[in-house]
Design a protein around this ligand. Structure first.
Ligand code: ATP
Ligand code: MG
Length: 295
């Protein structure tokens, strides 16, 4: 029986927020109840179970000598790429306005509004591609083809969107210059090099990007985890790069979220309130531990 005018009774906003923080999935969050007593009892039960699950996950970092999933995703991808002949590079986090301009990102570009500026000429990099382009412009004449490089590291974008976006995230950008064979085939193969060791089912869909135009996305459960492009591309000329190539940019937090089966990205990202997907303000089992404040 549903009470008063048959309006479905769900969790209160505070209950919903707390249960979401500690990992209740969207379907369960939308549950409805016949009475406030039933709802509150469900809240208590869910809260107890999920708090314990968070405590257990935190404990397992020590007992199983585990690294956070974001880090293991990175290690797995790095190992797979190095085994495939890729060379890892590390470039600066601060990027010049000129480098963005060479990607076609100027004041009227939608991505411009998402850039964090450090001073008038430098920003925190919103992407890795400009730096990889720059390195390629040298390596294309130093190394015989194929020239295969990748970088993994932080990128920064002002984001207002919900549960799949962070303002600091980790990108893995790989590019193979002058692959043997068709670059579009190689692009597909490289998606597999990265995705297979993670054990995630994925599909590749054709789409469109504000920077490159026609692109491909790798999707897991309908969520974009990577975007890829094949060259030659009109932007290459700016960088003095001349030849076919295939490249992917993977979002490692998105992959980590998929690996943990979660539907929110914040718990697996860089955080002070979560560690490896587990909320820190939960009640621990250490004797004498103090109750925690719920934020
Ligand atoms: P979206 O359309 O989901 O906003 P995007 O197409 O703007 O992403 P790309 O520029 O293609 O993103 O970046 C490559 C990958 O980096 C994305 O496929 C995604 O996995 C990841 N990524 C991009 N922006 C973010 C973000 N703000 N937070 C977390 N991951 C991100
Ligand atoms: Mg994309």
């Amino acid at each position: 029986m549903i009470g008063q005018g048959d309006i479905a009774l769900g969790f209160s906003p505070q209950q919903r927020q707390r249960l979401a923080e500690i990992g209740l999935d969207d379907a369960a969050l939308a549950d409805t109840f016949d009475s406030a007593e039933e709802r509150d009892a469900r809240y208590e039960g869910n809260h107890r179970e999920l708090s314990q699950a968070n405590v257990d996950r935190l404990d397992s970092l020590r007992t199983e000598r585990r690294r956070p999933v974001l880090r293991t995703v990175e290690s797995v991808l790095v190992a797979a790429l190095v085994a495939d002949g890729f060379v890892e590079v590390a470039t600066p986090l601060m990027m010049s306005k000129g480098a963005l301009a060479k990607m076609g990102i100027g004041e009227v570009h939608p991505l411009w509004r998402q850039v964090y500026w450090v001073d008038t000429d430098r920003c925190l990099r919103p992407m890795l591609a400009p730096n990889l382009y720059y390195l390629l412009s040298h390596l294309q004449r130093l190394w015989p083809p194929p020239v295969s490089i990748f970088e993994v590291g932080p990128c920064f974008r002002k984001e207002s969107k919900g549960s799949n976006h962070l303002s600091e995230f980790t990108m893995l950008n790989l590019v193979e210059f002058e692959p043997s064979g068709d670059p579009a085939d190689r692009l597909r193969m490289l998606a597999d090099v990265a995705m297979r060791p993670l054990g995630l089912q994925y599909k590749i869909v054709e789409t469109d990007s504000g920077v490159y135009g026609a692109t491909f996305d790798v999707e897991v459960r309908g969520i974009e985890v990577a975007s890829g492009v094949v060259g030659p591309h009109p932007l290459d000329e700016q960088w003095g790069v001349n030849g076919p190539w295939a490249g992917w940019g993977f979002g490692l937090e998105r992959l980590a979220m998929m690996q943990t089966g979660g539907s929110r990205i914040h718990p697996v990202g860089r955080s002070l309130v979560y560690l490896d997907g587990a909320r820190l303000n939960v009640q621990g089992t250490r004797p004498g531990s103090h109750p925690v404040a719920e934020e």
